[in-house]
Design a protein around this ligand. Structure first.
Ligand SMILES: CCCCCCCCCCCCCCCCCCCCCCCC(=O)SCCNC(=O)CCNC(=O)[C@H](O)C(C)(C)COP(=O)(O)OP(=O)(O)OC[C@H]1O[C@@H](n2cnc3c(N)ncnc32)[C@H](O)[C@@H]1OP(=O)(O)O
Ligand code: NDP
Length: 515
């Protein structure tokens, strides 16, 4: 019997960010392993024309929840969607709902955040810092609360190269930042943002670091733990391999590369690609929830959920395996044949951006114009290159995260819990994982059918022929232009032609002699 699964039975659990990538997998695992849990409260806002109930309905009817519906047929009765907007005071939660949350909640998992790198500081502070502070205030009024688990990121201190499982202070106190956001206008905030984020690459990592400080400062009477995952990727094993539903992290780039848009990137091939499967993060999170509530550690423990120090894989190996999978299961209607070129040099990278990305987009747009259609490829390419430039920071560096707490927790689990809530990345086979990841991207993100693979392969063959034809034509045109303009080129050309002629004559004569 799993002690962790038993622990969550009969519990009332509050999850923020349950409609997000990690939140959905967390909910799924909870229902699958502890179908006797009492209730999961989720804080949801209406979005994209859908009410909170419609959003929950959509999640429960997705492929991710197929197994859960078999194990826990009344799952819809155990989810209580509470209307909430974390951008607003008291999260805009009604009085009755708030009363119920405060009096019943046993465990809080705080996953909600803005993960955009380019969010405005005011919004990112509101969600990643102020909302965390407000949730902690709520938690302090929950008499039945056993543990509060805060999801941060391993990159909250990415300005350091060696990162321990401790909280590193930021230069300005979070309370001062929160206060200043109330009275500073946008123009001034824009001006001070680069100074505040300092040597961090973006607002996201900075506000997540502030969020951790808030947790530390407000943790006095609470039983809190912080989880720091690195780059979260598709599921490794559960509920099935390769599930993913958003473009964050590598997923968007896998699509861009598989469709032939992205063929080169400024990346350090030997840098560690610190990916971590989302189900591994969720297993650790649930184990931490149990450990924090049952063992009540004296201080707030931080758990690194990373792969680099236990089972490293570098970007070169990852790119290689992604490409190998494209050979077996190509994506449909690719723009160009997939190719991977990692370069560390900025000038070479700019050259490849011009030749491999912008030029084909311009040529394609020219073709669209000629055929009476609206050009769009240059716009798509510009957005993609902007995205890539934002991710480049993370593919050109390696970090060392210590994992003492995570390893300690692993040793505290019973063999059954180590199996059911497996977060031991040493068991991960990268080649298998990446293949399933690419397959998952094809199935769950692109919604492509496996039956279309032969046609996709044919399409790639046609693209290869077009590529050869295009290059030959380009070479001939260039050469013809050169010959027309330069006497030296003409001399070289005549020399080559006469040499070939002589060689062929000799070859013909010697073969005639043999007969
Ligand atoms: C040679 C090439 C490679 C060939 C081999 C293949 C190898 C592939 C292996 C992997 C390659 C390397 C992958 C490196 C990935 C490294 C990621 C590191 C991230 C670590 C960060 C820390 C982890 C965290 O804690 S948080 C989670 C991470 N957060 C994010 O990833 C969010 C990033 N996204 C953003 O901030 C924004 O989306 C932004 C700024 C990038 C773009 O914003 P914008 O307002 O311009 O537009 P959007 O409306 O958001 O989207 C525009 C457009 O782009 C698509 N898109 C969005 N995100 C991504 C993405 N990550 N990759 C690709 N495309 C993306 C989006 O769908 C839109 O498309 P449209 O068609 O225009 O609608
Ligand atoms: N993905 C990754 O690579 C990594 C993620 N993390 C951390 O993990 C956590 C979860 O990330 P992930 O699942 O990937 O992120 P997602 O962007 O997929 O999910 C974010 C969640 O936060 C919710 N949210 C955002 N704004 C509000 C709001 N105003 N009111 C209510 N809810 C809101 C979203 O709701 P809605 O659906 O309504 O937008 C969504 O449920 C975050 O704390 C993130 O920092 C850490 C390391 C890596």
């Amino acid at each position: 019997m799993s002690m962790i699964a038993a622990f969550y039975s009969g519990k009332s659990i509050l999850i923020t960010g349950a409609t997000g990538f990690m939140g959905k997998v967390l909910m799924e695992k909870l229902f699958r392993t502890s179908p006797d849990l009492k209730v999961i409260y989720i804080l949801v806002r209406p979005k994209a024309g859908q009410t909170t109930q419609q959003r929950v309905f959509q999640i429960l009817n997705s492929k991710l929840f197929e197994k859960v519906k078999e194990i826990c047929p009344n799952v819809h009765e155990k989810i209580r969607a509470i209307y909430a907007d974390l951008n607003q005071n008291d999260f805009a939660i009604s009085k009755e709902d708030m009363q119920e949350l405060l009096s019943c909640t046993n465990i809080v998992f705080h996953c909600a955040a803005t993960v955009r790198f380019d969010d405005h500081l005011r919004h990112a502070v509101q969600l990643n810092v102020t909302a965390t502070q407000q949730l902690l205030l709520m938690a302090s009024q929950m008499p039945k609360l056993e543990a509060f688990i805060h999801i941060s990121t391993a990159f909250s201190n990415c300005n350091l190269t060696h990162i321990d499982e401790v909280i590193y202070p930021c230069s300005v106190e979070p309370k001062k930042i929160i206060d200043s956001m109330e009275w500073l206008d946008d123009a001034i905030i824009d001006e001070i943002t680069p100074k505040l984020i300092g040597d961090r690459p973006n607002i996201y990592t900075y506000t997540k670091a502030l969020g951790e400080m808030v947790v530390q400062q407000e943790s006095e009477n609470l039983n809190i733990a912080i989880i720091r995952p690195s780059i979260v990727g598709a599921t490794w094993q559960e509920p099935f391999p390769g599930w993913v539903d958003n473009l964050n992290g590598p997923s968007g780039l896998i699509i861009a590369a598989g469709k032939g848009f992205l063929r080169s990137i400024r990346a350090t091939p030997m840098a560690v690609a610190d990916l971590i499967p989302v189900d591994t993060v969720v297993n650790l999170t649930l184990a931490v929830g149990w450990y924090t509530a049952v063992h009540r550690p004296k201080s707030t423990l931080i758990y690194h959920c990373t792969s680099g120090n236990l089972n490293p894989c570098n970007w070169r190996e990852m790119g290689f395996q992604v490409l190998a999978t494209f050979e077996k299961v190509p994506f449909e209607r690719a723009f160009r044949r997939p190719n991977a070129d990692f370069t560390t040099n900025t000038i070479t990278s700019q050259y490849w951006n011009a030749v491999s990305h912008r030029a084909p987009a311009i040529i394609y747009d020219f073709y669209l114009r000629l055929t009476g259609r609206k050009p769009r490829m240059t716009k798509v390419m510009n957005r993609l290159l902007k995205t890539v430039s934002m991710l480049e920071y993370f593919v050109n560096r390696s970090w060392e995260w210590s994992t003492y707490n995570t390893e300690m927790l692993m040793s505290e689990l019973s063999p059954e819990d180590q199996r059911v809530f497996n977060f031991d990345v040493r068991q991960l086979n990268w080649l298998e994982y990446i293949e399933n990841y690419v397959l998952g991207v094809k199935k769950y993100l692109l919604k492509e059918d496996m039956a279309g693979i032969p046609e996709a392969k044919q399409h790639l063959k046609r693209l290869r022929n077009i590529h050869y034809l295009f290059n030959t034509a380009l070479l001939l045109i260039a050469w013809r232009l050169l010959i027309a303009r330069s006497q030296m080129a003409r001399n070289v050309w005549f020399f080559i032609v006469s040499f070939c002629y002589k060689f062929l004559s000799y070859f013909r004569a010697s073969s005639t002699l043999k007969v």
